[in-house]
Ligand binder design. Sequence first.
Ligand code: FAD
Length: 321
Amino acid sequence: MSILVYIEHAEGSVKKTSLEAVSFGKALADKTSGGEVIALALGSISDEALAIAGTAGASKVMHVADGNLDAGVIQAHADAVAQVYKQVGANTLVLSKSSLGDAVAARLAVKLDAGLVSNVVDLPDTTGGYKVKRSIYTGKAFAETTVNKDHKILAVKKNAVDLLTNGPEATVEKVSLSIADENFAAKITSTDKAEGEILLPEADVVVSGGRGMKGPENWGMIEELAKELGAATGCSKPVSDIGWRPHHEHVGQTGVKVAPTLYLAVGISGAIQHLAGVNSSKYIVVINKDPEAPFFKAADYGIVGDAFEVLPKLIEAVKAI
Ligand code: FAD
């Protein structure tokens, strides 16, 4: 029996979240004597880019290089993954929790008659059953789910597992599949991406500003710091409501949910609705002049100070690195 890991890629590289899923698969195989960890990629991407899955723990990568799969049509991806899953004789599918991952996983649970757990934060406890810990209520609590099916699908939450980086590069094996036309019934004909912008939901670093920034004229500092850090910019809800920033930057319960490695919050109080969108971040750094600001309770590092004094110094320090 082997573990198949469905990996996503964008702009020619395997996504970091998918590499985390591979590392999760490897740790699961080591824990349960689960056999080989095989990564599966669909669509156009180079062998060199795929080989990195080996460093995260995959023994090989299977690649269905069919350009029709580039658009990420969910039914077609689910069909392809199900075919390869059966071909390799896997009993567990691991993938990262994402909008595509969720949609594919739900269809696969039906196709493979598998038990699906999403938002997984830890390896399953296999003593006397198959219990999986998952994050619920936007990270505020955990639930334990018991899977009773022979086949398991685990969608791993971003930043929940340590990424392995020390394995040897994987060999890439091309796989040719026949995917029925009916799976391509829905087609994405074009997608738009703003030139040069780092997309907020995907960003590894986010610099976010709140009402403490006083006005849109002061956002130059947020943007400059974000540029130096290769970060996306975000904001609190009132900031986008007043029109200081565009709505697509609004982070929180009613806005974008982010899960970067670093979330830097400047002049944001840390209301529960804002925290609901950021508590999957690996590290949270807060700059606020009020030492009692609730955000400090959720922060890994905090600077009590005036943003207008701290930000220029921070930008200078980052530029000096
Ligand atoms: P404020 O609460 O006004 O805080 C400003 C902060 O800046 C303060 O902590 C202050 O100490 C600090 N500050 C001021 N001057 C400086 C300075 N010079 N230097 C450093 N710090 C300074 N909010 C969201 O963000 N996202 C959501 O998705 C969201 N959804 C909501 C849904 C509902 C149903 C409701 C009721 C509310 C929602 N809110 C949401 C609003 C939320 O409750 C807060 O009102 C909002 O997050 C506060 O934004 P803020 O921190 O920018 O502003």
